[in-house]
Design a binder for this molecule. Structure first.
Ligand SMILES: NC(=O)c1ccc[n+]([C@@H]2O[C@H](COP(=O)([O-])OP(=O)(O)OC[C@H]3O[C@@H](n4cnc5c(N)ncnc54)[C@H](OP(=O)(O)O)[C@@H]3O)[C@@H](O)[C@H]2O)c1
Length: 288
């Protein structure tokens, strides 16, 4: 099997590529720029994959509020062009989406399933929801995987690292950290998301699935666990989303249920605390 990965240089793509079976073709923006769909057909004709995994996305959640066209160009219209090209060339498309497709139902406090109606509260979330619909309606056997709060040792280039690294860096500088304590989600390790995604590909799954580590927490409590595991004293205090004042709204509760994975015989990822501990070990090893 030949599997191409677009967004291969991103934090999820870099943990996915070395774990995939068969021949893996790593594609970056230089091969396919989703905002320039004309590049897609030629690149796919050259790569000739059986499966295309799209890890690429416009991920600037706050910036998207003031440049919705840029977010939609990549996350919606670029993804639609990718799905059309895959349908034409009979390539199975696997696409990643986000917990930020939720948020409108602010009273929710139980894990959201694939059957729950989405309702984004940001331009980014809306663009990613459009990408889900366009993928599933264009490429009939496509697989869409929603995930949440990613961190991996390679970091997100565009965002300059990840939440764990930011916390460790700022705490290491002795600076105070005020972290939001009213958004509940599940931070997820890219290695675990990559391995579960591979399980779904091997199982021949199609349609919508959710993949995160197990459990839930707030960004504040996640930070506290990072410092506990790293044995670091930090000046950490909780604040509200309103006090933080980000440009884009975030879902107050976007914990995703992993239960559907069992229906195709795929094991759900471990608890987020265990995954974080494993990340800190891998991070330390990668710096030796
Ligand atoms: N990060 C999270 O917390 C999170 C949470 C939930 C869901 N997700 C989803 O998970 C997936 C992977 O996210 P990630 O954290 O691995 O993202 P990432 O580290 O930011 O990587 C995204 C990749 O997409 C590429 N890209 C951006 N615009 C592109 C374009 N126009 N054409 C082609 N490639 C382009 C980037 O390339 P350049 O380096 O050239 O810009 C980068 O390599 C995405 O679908 C994202 O929406 C992420």
């Amino acid at each position: 099997m030949r599997i191409a990965v677009l967004g291969a240089a991103g934090q999820l793509g870099r943990d996915l590529c070395p774990r995939l079976p068969g021949d893996v073709i790593a594609l970056t923006r230089a091969d396919i720029d989703l905002s320039q769909p004309a590049s897609i057909a030629t690149a796919l004709a050259t790569a000739r994959p059986d499966v295309l995994v799209n890890c690429a996305a416009y991920n600037f959640v706050d910036k998207a509020e003031t440049e919705p066209e840029a977010a939609f160009a990549v996350n919606a219209w670029g993804v639609r062009a990718l799905a059309q090209a895959c349908a034409t060339a009979k390539i199975r498309l696997v696409h990643f989406s986000t917990d930020y497709v939720f948020g409108l139902d602010a009273t929710r406090s139980t894990p959201r399933t694939e059957n729950d109606p989405p309702g984004p509260v940001s331009v980014y979330g809306l663009s990613k929801l459009a990408g889900e619909y366009l993928t599933l309606s264009t490429a009939s056997n496509a697989l869409v995987i929603r995930t949440c709060g990613l961190y991996g040792v390679h970091g997100s280039g565009g965002k300059g690292g990840n939440f764990v690294e930011t916390m460790l860096r700022v705490a290491g500088q002795g600076k105070p950290l005020r972290v939001v304590a009213d958004q509940f989600c599940t931070p997820s390790y890219t290695v675990d998301v990559a391995e579960t995604a591979i399980g779904l590909i091997r199982a021949g799954a199609s349609g919508l699935f959710q993949v995160t580590n197990a459990g839930s927490t707030t960004w504040h409590d996640f930070a506290a666990e990072i410092f506990r595991l790293a044995k670091l004293q930090a000046d950490l205090a909780p604040i509200t989303s309103a006090q933080f004042g980000a440009a884009a709204r975030r879902p107050p509760y976007s914990v995703l249920s992993n239960a559907k994975l069992a229906s195709v015989g795929v094991t759900a990822p471990r608890a987020w605390q265990e995954a974080l501990a494993a990340y800190l070990v891998e991070r330390a090893a990668s710096r030796k």
